[in-house]
Design a binder for this molecule. Structure first.
Ligand code: G3H
Length: 582
């Protein structure tokens, strides 16, 4: 269907119908408005230039530049178990791109591949091989000196580098993230792993130092915990999944990777690299319905480390199934509703473009996106108008287009949810403040500026994870401060202002409520050496390249009394360790 927000004008010429079964969605198209859609030598559409017929944003097959086409489907019909790649004969799930293809007067779903729908049986087999490979802490992988584990990871990175173009293109078709952003995500993944390698080397060096205190001498060193279960999100399927998997491996754990909800196909391209670079059972990739394959893993109690980025409800349900709750270590990246506070003295020339970028980059599908805006009444009108104007420059289209920001959404459930949020706000007195706001065509949802927004509206509290910008007007600074204090989330905050006193007052009032306060800039995770965490329901643990090894490794102390026997045994122990490290 073609969902439209209530109040949005449904064009007479546009109607929608679904033909069940054949995945074809019929849209009667208006004639193209030549003025707006003729080739202007620029391959993007600024939001402000669109006609009523928004479905023309989707390409015809021939419109797609050759280097970005996905000419054949990637049907994953094999799995990696215990170091062996074996044919998969079980059920598979088809994957359709959120990028619809225009064919005469129809928008057609494009099938881009399929992936195995594993069952509890395969998941438990993966767990068994991971447990045996860990064997408990004496397996081949965990016994390897760090330098050799690093060699394996570096070999993998080399292989990964050779697959860059294929991985980026596959991801582009699967989650419709702009191509340029996916290239950055790829490079950031490699940088992150290299940073973690540096940190691991440094920790290893320090672990060789013999400490003496109060008649006791000791060496503190890192040990793995066991089997890590790593689950990344669909907005960063590569970066956020691998930024869990590789630190876990470097620390000597064995790993089960559950592929994200969307952004699955590229794992198939990597099976040989996992097989060749790591001993059998060390890396296990499982895919399919989360409930079917993850719940049995957690229920059995065989998972030692749970590293998860996604929804709080799912995390809590899964952790609740584990029979040994105190043994399970968890690193959690959960929801966020990062507020922006525009102070009366804010420089709107800085604030407005930064806010648009912070709210709309990758359709607002970032955990660190700006999700609620508190604007001082004195500048509210000016801010709203400039924001609306700035939004018209935001480029909407297909992910291969240059500098595009708004692209199709991977999750088909998101569009009706975003409409519900908009409708609820409109029903309670909000208005849409930008052209085409509140409209959608299949997987494309248009950036939507909503104001005024108040605390009775769903959008005030709920994480939209989509391109909606809600503006709340305030007169006293206590309003945003109270919001931040009472919010269940506590990831980050952005403040825009130029005078030190009000800035300092706000920072001091909320610094215990969020994990990062950004002054005159959007919220973001990077640089990846900075702490990345959250307070309250937003996160548990720090995901930064500097700290993540602390999560995946346990400190073990080997200590003895400072006497002749102790000295001699420790001397030999250290010589053995240094030889092993070479
Ligand atoms: O989705 C989570 C974060 O937003 C990832 O980092 O700030 O670079 O987008 P980012």
């Amino acid at each position: 269907m073609l969902p439209m927000a209530s109040g949005a004008r449904r064009s007479k010429e546009t109607h929608a119908a679904t033909t069940a079964g054949n995945q074809t969605y019929i849209l009667k198209l208006r004639k193209p408005a030549k003025r707006q859609f003729k080739n202007r030598g620029e391959n993007f559409f600024p939001v402000g230039s669109l006609s009523e017929d928004l479905s023309r944003l989707f390409p015809r097959e021939n419109d797609i530049p050759a280097r970005f086409r996905m000419n054949s489907c990637l049907d994953q019909n094999r799995i990696l178990i215990n170091g062996e790649i074996i044919p998969w004969q079980g059920r598979v799930a088809d994957i359709f791109s959120p990028i619809y293809i225009r064919k005469s007067n129809a928008l057609t779903k494009k099938r881009i591949g399929s992936h195995p729908q594993m069952t509890a049986k395969e998941a438990l087999r993966a767990l068994d091989t991971a447990r045996r490979a860990f064997s408990p802490g004496n397996g081949r992988w965990s016994s390897l000196p760090l330098s050799l584990r690093i060699e394996c990871v570096e070999r993998f990175l080399e292989r990964l580098g050779g697959l860059k173009e294929a991985i980026v293109r596959t991801l582009m078709w699967e989650i419709a993230k702009p191509y340029a952003e996916l290239k950055n995500e790829f490079e950031r993944t490699v940088d992150y792993i290299e940073q973690v390698i540096k940190v691991a080397r440094e920790r290893e060096k320090n672990s060789r130092i013999l400490r003496r205190e109060k008649g006791i001498m000791g060496i503190v060193h890192d040990e793995p915990y066991g089997v890590g279960l790593c689950l990344g999100p669909y907005n960063y399927p590569l970066f956020e999944t691998f930024s869990l998997v590789f630190p876990a491996l470097l620390a000597g754990n064995t790993v089960i990777v559950k592929t994200p909800k969307f952004g699955v196909l590229f794992f198939d391209l990597l099976l040989e690299s996992f097989q060749d670079c790591f001993p059998p059972g060390v890396v296990n990739v499982i895919s399919g319905d989360g409930k079917t394959i993850i719940e049995p893993l957690m229920k059995g109690g065989g998972i030692d480390v749970f590293a998860f980025i996604g929804s709080r409800l799912i995390a809590n349900r899964l952790m609740g199934l584990h029979p040994r709750k105190n043994r399970l270590r968890s690193l959690l990246g959960l929801g966020a509703k990062n507020p922006v506070v525009i102070l009366p003295d804010a420089d709107l020339g800085i604030a407005v473009p930064e806010c648009v970028l912070g709210a709309l980059a990758f359709n607002g599908q970032r955990c660190a996106a700006l999700k609620i805006f508190f604007v001082h009444q004195d500048v509210q009108e000016e801010f709203r108008k400039s924001l609306s104007k700035e939004m018209t420059k935001t480029r909407i289209g297909m992910p291969w287009m240059e500098r595009v920001r708004i692209t199709p959404l991977a999750d088909p459930d998101r569009i009706p949810y975003l409409h519900k949020l908009v409708e609820d706000a409109l029903h309670q007195g909000s208005r849409i403040g930008n052209e085409n706001g509140g409209k959608s065509v299949q997987s494309l949802f248009f950036p939507t500026l909503l104001s005024p927004v108040h605390s009775k509206m769903k959008i005030y509290w709920e994480e939209q994870f989509g391109p909606i910008i809600p503006l709340v007007s305030y007169t006293k600074i206590e309003a945003p401060i109270n919001y931040i204090i009472h919010s269940p989330f506590g990831q980050q905050l952005s403040i825009f202002g130029t005078k030190i006193q009000p800035l300092a007052h706000l920072v001091n009032s909320v610094k215990s409520q969020v994990a990062r306060i950004n002054i005159n800039s959007k919220c973001q995770r990077g640089p990846d050496l900075f702490p990345f965490t959250g307070r309250k329901d937003s996160a548990k643990g720090d995901f930064s390249a500097l700290e993540i090894m602390n999560f995946f490794s346990a400190k073990t102390v080997v200590a003895a009394r400072e006497n002749e026997l102790g000295e001699s045994l420790f001397g030999s122990l250290q010589r053995v360790r240094s030889r092993a490290q070479k």
